[in-house]
Design a protein around this ligand. Structure first.
Ligand code: G16
Ligand code: MG
Length: 216
């Protein structure tokens, strides 16, 4: 049976993807090129350094590790300025209702985010105590699509991968859940999240019962 739900943060609980995009775009512009929204899809769920590598390759730039660390820190500073203005109003529609259903169903929960800023964001939106386990970018060595962020969540909750459902909005995150041996609910477009076992536009369009019926 399903015993735990594992949630991605960015794009599932809150829409911080727009802030990542704004900060990366600002960085690219300072370096003399631009990134599109379409290009940004590739960055979703991907770690800070891997994102920077993709952006620099897109702009045709090769830089030293020292310079890259400096640019990543600059992007993070801009990103944190945007995050510092977040409140519980930034929680995506349907999240609160879905979480109360999750509690009623007696399921455990974990956060599975590769973001090093995840605890800060949870604090800002008032959801620091909403999860039984929190796996963030400081606890993992490999970002999505590697399954580590989700397999560690399952391990911390003491459940097996087959007992977990992953909720993800990113292609890399859906792949991570599938590689971890979990049932994956994709939140977004079925044309993009082709590997997901079930796809809905957002948590606002799903009930816990619907998910459990499909997953077990
Ligand atoms: C998030 C975002 C990514 C971001 C990554 C690292 O992952 O989707 O765009 O690059 O975290 O974030 P930070 O720079 O804050 O450490 P997730 O797993 O929450 O979707
Ligand atoms: Mg995401």
């Amino acid at each position: 049976p399903i015993r735990a739900f594992l949630f991605d943060l960015d794009g599932v609980i809150v829409d911080t993807a727009i802030y990542h995009y704004q900060a990366w775009k600002r960085l690219a512009n300072e370096l003399g090129f631009d990134i599109s929204e379409e290009f940004n899809e590739q960055l979703k769920g991907v770690s800070r350094m891997d994102s920077l590598d993709l952006i620099l390759a897109h702009g045709g730039l090769t830089l030293s590790d020292e310079k890259k660390n400096e640019l990543a820190a600059q992007k993070n500073q801009w990103y944190l300025e945007l995050v510092s203005r977040m409140t519980s109003d930034d929680i995506l529609p349907g999240v609160a209702t879905f979480f109360s259903q999750v509690r009623k169903a007696g399921l455990q929960t974990a956060l599975g985010s590769v973001s090093k800023n995840a605890p800060l964001i949870l604090e800002r939106i008032g959801m620091a105590d909403a999860f039984d386990a929190i796996i963030d970018g400081t606890k993992i060595t490999k970002g999505k699509p590697d399954p580590e962020v989700f397999t560690k969540g399952a391990a911390e909750l003491e459940v097996s991968p087959a007992e977990c459902v992953v909720f993800e909005d990113a292609v890399a995150g859906v792949e991570a859940g599938k590689r971890g041996g979990m049932f994956v609910v994709g939140l977004g477009s079925p044309d993009v999240l082709t590997q997901a076992d079930l796809v809905a536009p957002s948590l606002n369009d799903l009930t816990v019962d619907q998910v459990l019926t499909k997953a077990q």
